[in-house]
Write a protein of this length. Sequence first.
Length: 380
Amino acid sequence: MNGISFASQINYTRFFNNKNLSDCQILFTQSNTTLFSHKFILMASSDFFRACFELDVIESREGIVRIDQEDDEKLLTDLIKSLYTCHLVIEDKKDIVPTILLAQKYQLNELIPILTDHLISNMDRSNVLQCLHLDLENEQFKQVKQIMQQQLAASSDEILKGDSYLTLNVDEWICALEMLVHKGNALDVVLAINSWVEVDVEDRAQYCYALNSAVKKVVQINPNNKSNGVSFDPLYTGSRATLSEDKKRIKKSAEDGYNCAALGTKCDSFSIRLIKNCANMMIGMAPRTIDKDGENFNCCGWYLYCVSGNLYSQSGAFDESYHNKTVNQNGTVIGVSLENGEMSFSVNGQDLGVAFRDLHGLDLYPAFDISYLDCEFEFV
């Protein structure tokens, strides 16, 4: 994974963990390892360390800050090192959230937004549940919450059949279930709840009623399947495409080229998850005059082009600048919303803004112009 770099007027790399130039120490009590540091760097970067050295406390008198045994030594060392080097390497995506939590604990406040942006760019099935450890009601994690919700919805079946949820506490588990549950995965939800309880029956059995009540409430509020009931319409799906049994997933099964289109059922907003080979696809909304076995992106509908992030439409947009970034990676969740005559797109929860205007009174449906053989995606 690429490192995170950030600006600073001075680079203090040669001072990091330099015993000869140090005026304070950080002691990891779990391993009894000492990290030689400098008060002015720590105090400039952290309210926690500033209090340690400014107040009349043992840390100030001894010049030693003792780190709690439960704190990850490597992650915290890397954080402190970044104060000197202005560069932070996080090799495993599963370490991003724990690093944010350490930055919060030790009040390295300037690093938190940098780490949060890194999480947003690198969130996937391997670390999405870890986001529940964050205070998602905090404004700085607003976008994290949005992307997490889409990721959980997109990966609900895989997560429920895995074991990554087993370490969640009951509040986190309930929160996760509220985003994972839909009518079509009831059996997997029941099995997952049982597996969670079995990890520590003596403590967790007491929460069975609360967990099942939470699931029941979600299903009652949203009795439809995924995507509020949006699915592909077989009558408006090209002959070169194959639909899943629930009509939520589509795969192009013959020939490259813009010779396969599909419409979804009526809605004003929807999201899809790209599964495989979705480069060159057009995503948007169109009327039912679409040519399901032909090319539509410049003559029927309004679209975002996955290769470039630019716009195409029947009203004259042709490679019009919009997002200007590729949005065709596997697992990407793309949202489309039509409100008050304006169509907008989002990518992994990030709102890209209004793409098309003056669409009042048009009878539009989720629309896709599919190019590559084996292109596969689904409503989430």
